[in-house]
Design a protein around this ligand. Structure first.
Ligand code: SAH
Length: 256
């Protein structure tokens, strides 16, 4: 029999933001492995389970822990925030899987911060968009810069993950400067959401020029509109191109 390991995306934080499949899988597991912050978010529903953790930045050890527990005959879930396959642990688990042929991996999708944050802001990603992480821990800054420039060239709306940390306090400002240098206007509509689906959730809209002056923290997802995005009240909207303005004008003309 294969040893089963589930790699579970838990969404932004609240239980109601988890999928039914994620809840069912976690209910069925003996051991839940994850970063402490996410284990704490799981709340009382799973108190009967064995919770195992490793500190931040010890991702390889955390994954190994899953395999070792599974080999002992435990049914194991590895939880990640959002979606486990979007800047999560899913790929690392697959990279290590050759060492553990008796184990079988299943990925359970979750709502990623781009989706949950977009919902708070309205509809900032309602056309072609891309997702870029500003963390240069695992990606050279030159590559991040090239991707930011390419996003402007393709006129994509952008969701920025990992926009800042204590050591990278000026990264969002640097990213804004790259976007401006690549041709995005300072008036470009933007927004950011902090603590999506968690206590202290807050959302703001602003222009790209204003965004470069703002200090965000690591629990924030930043949204850069495309060249057609607009701020409507406190919402950020990227239109799909339905010509409702033109349609209304045409109907008015028909009516005379
Ligand atoms: N797997 C996660 C992303 C992990 S990378 C997902 O799919 O959502 C970590 C980054 O994700 C953070 O720096 C932040 O930019 C974003 N993020 C994840 N959860 C968030 C939340 N609840 N609120 C705001 N941003 C969040």
């Amino acid at each position: 029999m294969k040893h089963e390991i589930y790699i579970v995306g838990m969404g932004p934080g609240r239980e109601e933001d988890m999928t039914q499949e994620a809840l069912t899988v976690l209910d069925s597991c003996d051991v839940i492995v994850g970063y402490t912050v996410y284990l704490n978010l799981l709340g009382e529903r799973f108190l009967g389970k064995t919770f195992l953790s490793t500190p931040m930045r010890q991702e390889v050890e955390r994954c190994r822990m899953c395999y070792e527990e599974a080999k002992k005959g435990k049914r194991v879930a590895l939880i990640c925030s959002g979606d486990a396959g979007i800047y999560g642990m899913a790929s690392l688990m697959y990279e290590m899987s050759a060492e553990y042929p008796s184990c079988e991996l299943t990925v359970v999708p979750g709502i990623t911060a781009a989706s949950s944050g977009a919902a708070v802001l309205g509809a900032p990603l309602n056309h072609d968009f891309c997702v870029i992480s500003l963390s240069d821990l695992l990606t050279p800054w030159e590559q991040i810069k090239a991707r930011l420039r390419a996003a402007v060239l393709g006129d994509f709306a952008i969701a920025l993950y990992n926009p800042s940390s204590r050591k990278r306090a000026d990264y969002l400002q640097r990213a804004c400067d790259i976007l401006l240098d690549a041709g995005a206007k300072g008036t470009r509509a933007c927004g950011y959401v902090e603590n999506i689906g968690r206590d202290g959730e807050t959302a703001h809209t602003c222009t790209l020029q204003e965004l470069r002056e703002i200090q965000v923290n690591m629990f924030t997802t930043v949204f850069i509109g495309n060249s057609q995005s607009v701020i409507m009240g406190d919402k950020l909207v990227t239109k799909r191109g339905y010509q409702i303005g033109a349609g209304a004008r045409a109907r008015a003309k028909e009516r005379g």
